[in-house]
Design a protein around this ligand. Structure first.
Ligand SMILES: Cc1cc2nc3c(=O)[nH]c(=O)nc-3n(C[C@H](O)[C@H](O)[C@H](O)COP(=O)(O)OP(=O)(O)OC[C@H]3O[C@@H](n4cnc5c(N)ncnc54)[C@H](O)[C@@H]3O)c2cc1C
Ligand SMILES: *[C@@H]1O[C@H](CO)[C@@H](O)[C@H](O)[C@H]1NC(C)=O
Ligand SMILES: *[C@@H]1O[C@H](CO)[C@@H](O)[C@H](O)[C@H]1NC(C)=O
Ligand SMILES: *[C@@H]1O[C@H](CO)[C@@H](O)[C@H](O)[C@H]1NC(C)=O
Ligand SMILES: *[C@@H]1O[C@H](CO)[C@@H](O)[C@H](O)[C@H]1NC(C)=O
Ligand SMILES: *[C@@H]1O[C@H](CO)[C@@H](O)[C@H](O)[C@H]1NC(C)=O
Length: 512
């Protein structure tokens, strides 16, 4: 009886979804009237390359397992009209869309869903037109950041600008130039009705929302117009490593005093902190790497360091001068001298399973606090941290200027990270547990009410949209956007009242 019921049930739902898929495909071909046939952009499970197209922009192996839910269809748009058709037809047949540009979302939200869905893939739309006369560029959503010379964007050259910019992308020039969203002057989007709009026709409210509010709650970004910035011909980098035995605790304490407020805006010093084996067999320690980007030459850097942070003991031999575009490779962990062509490679360096979380720190962590953090890192073993200094122009831009609210008052942002290579749900759960345990232990040292988080470091643990209410959306919304959340809700309610653009952490509709 039960099995007969299940057979009928499953046959019914399979037939049902097959016809939805057919109707959807038919709708696509009717809607799209471009010079490039939309059939060239459509992959269903019957296309031989369906899996490889799906996997090629998965940046987290945690979401590339046989049990990961797959889309019914992937539309890898080759023309703007393919994007319009996908929005119109998905809406018509009640299919959710997941928009994917570079696929770097740490929790896979651009390509996994638990309801029937379509991936709108943007990787084919990646042209860049630079105008040197007015120092701007139009960049399509599927472009990766590397080719954009002189733009304050992310450190990793395979990031897609579709997600990265709209989440408030930052890079190692943020203390001088701010975030990517602080340097965007226009955008082209497809709205929920399938219309192509620009800044003027979408209006300032929506244009505000997509610069940091996560565009996937509002529309599809086709392209951004960005203001290029002037970087000096020569920049200087260094990387020095200190263990606890070499005085890392005092150096980290001092770094908290100077990195945001005292150091020149041309200088950015990031910390990487990990538990490692000590020099004696069986002994553990903590290793802190101080990695710096200076928009200028060695001599000036040395004098700034001597003035504000002499304890680190930076010398000429630690410093490497290079062109800005070469520094992108240094930050991507490539050996000095790596050819620039590596930047054009769209396949990332490595593929692992990973989990990331974030925090903001507004009061320096006292030395006793640092010591107990080190102790826990050694105990847990496999959770690392990256500390990114704020300050500089970040403290001057008002918190309401864009949806990104973490401006004045923040000393630094923490990224927690765990990477692993072994497959299997037990291993995954063990690493997820490690990162959560560490995050809980950090509570006394980080921002409170709300405990703030960085949207681009997507973390589903801080709340998720399961019943689609405003109350639920507010739980994660306040952490990502603080007081800007309510304006995002107003914009969302006015541009997408039926909540078509929805995902686990999208902006909710206002409670009428
Ligand atoms: C190796 C690595 C390094 C990183 N380094 C940095 C860094 O230095 N600075 C920083 O700020 N962040 C960094 N991040 C985080 C990164 O900015 C975010 O993961 C960002 O969302 C990636 O954008 P994407 O287009 O590649 O991602 P995707 O996974 O494609 O998309 C992310 C989100 O944006 C939405 N989206 C994508 N394209 C569009 C579009 N065209 N229109 C509307 N919505 C869209 C998706 O639906 C999803 O919600 C890093 C991530 C990784 C994996
Ligand atoms: C996928 O298969 C269909 C049906 O055979 C075909 O029309 C379409 O062009 C294929 N898609 C791509 C991108 O080649
Ligand atoms: C760049 O210009 C070409 C040719 O005019 C155009 O087809 C393309 O869409 C433009 N790209 C952007 C991002 O504006
Ligand atoms: C650290 O030490 C342990 C033994 O104490 C050893 O098994 C492990 O391989 C070492 N790790 C590294 C990275 O050297
Ligand atoms: C991690 O796992 C342990 C042991 O199963 C459990 O007691 C603890 O609550 C978990 N911690 C978190 C943060 O999930
Ligand atoms: C939806 O979820 C939120 C958060 O868990 C809860 O506060 C709220 O009562 C729920 N609302 C409904 C209608 O289920």
């Amino acid at each position: 009886m039960f099995s007969l019921f299940s057979i009928i049930f499953f046959t019914f739902s399979a037939a049902n979804s097959a016809s939805v898929e057919e109707n959807f495909l038919q709708c696509l071909s009717m809607q799209s009237q471009s010079s490039i046939a939309i059939s060239e952009a459509i992959y269903t499970s019957s296309n031989a390359s369906f899996s490889s197209v799906l996997q090629s922009y998965v940046r987290n192996l945690r979401f590339a397992t046989p049990t990961t839910l797959k889309p019914l269809v992937i539309v890898a748009a080759k023309h703007e009209s393919h994007v319009q058709a996908t929005v119109i037809c998905s809406k018509k047949f009640g299919l959710q869309i997941r928009i994917r540009s570079g696929g770097h979302d740490y929790d896979g939200l651009s390509y996994v869903s638990n309801v029937p869905f379509v991936i709108l893939d943007m990787f084919n739309l990646r042209s860049i037109n630079i105008s040197l006369t007015d120092e701007t560029a139009w960049v399509q959503a599927g472009a990766t950041a590397s080719k954009i010379h002189g733009f304050p964007a992310g450190v990793c050259p395979t990031l897609g600008v579709g997600g990265h910019f709209s989440g408030g992308g930052y890079g190692n020039m943020m203390r001088k130039f701010g975030l990517s969203v602080d340097n965007i002057v226009d955008a082209q989007i497809v709205d929920v009705q399938g219309r192509i709009l620009d800044r003027k026709s979408m209006g300032e409210d929506l244009f505000w929302a997509i610069r940091g509010g996560g565009a996937a709650s509002f529309c599809v970004i086709l392209s951004w117009k960005i203001k290029l910035v002037q970087v000096p011909e020569t920049v200087t980098v260094f990387r020095v490593v200190k263990t606890l035995e070499q005085g890392a605790t005092d150096l980290v304490a001092k770094w908290q005093q100077v990195a945001a407020d005292k150091l020149d805006q041309d200088l950015f010093i990031r910390l990487f902190i990990n538990a490692v084996n000590g020099s004696k067999e069986g002994e553990k320690t903590v290793k802190v790497s101080f990695v710096a980007m200076f928009l200028g030459q060695t001599e000036k850097l040395l004098s700034l360091m001597k003035q504000s942070f002499p304890e680190l003991g930076i010398q000429k031999k630690d410093c490497f001068e290079m062109r800005w575009v070469e520094s992108v490779l240094f930050w991507f962990d490539q050996p000095i001298g790596t050819p620039l062509e590596v930047l054009l490679n769209r396949i990332p360096k490595s593929q692992v399973s990973l989990k990331r979380k974030s925090d903001y720190v507004q009061e320096p962590i006292p030395k006793t606090g640092l010591e107990s953090i080190w102790k826990l890192m050694i105990e847990l073993g496999e959770v690392g941290m990256q500390w990114n200094p704020y300050g500089g122009i970040m403290s001057e831009i008002p918190a309401t200027e864009t949806p990104f609210p973490h401006r004045a008052g923040n000393i630094f942002k923490i990224q927690y990270s765990a990477n692993w290579n072994q497959p299997g749900i037990e291993v995954t759960n063990r690493y997820l547990n490690l990162t959560r345990t560490f995050y809980e232990a950090m509570t006394p040292y980080v921002s409170k009410n709300p405990r703030e988080a960085f949207l681009n470091y997507r973390d589903i643990d801080i709340g998720s949209n399961t019943n689609g209410t405003y109350e639920e959306g507010k739980i994660y919304g306040i952490k990502y956007f603080k007081n800007n959340f309510d304006r995002l809700v107003r914009v969302k309610t006015s541009v997408d009242p039926d909540n078509f653009f929805t995902y686990e952490q999208s902006i909710p509709i206002s409670p009428s």
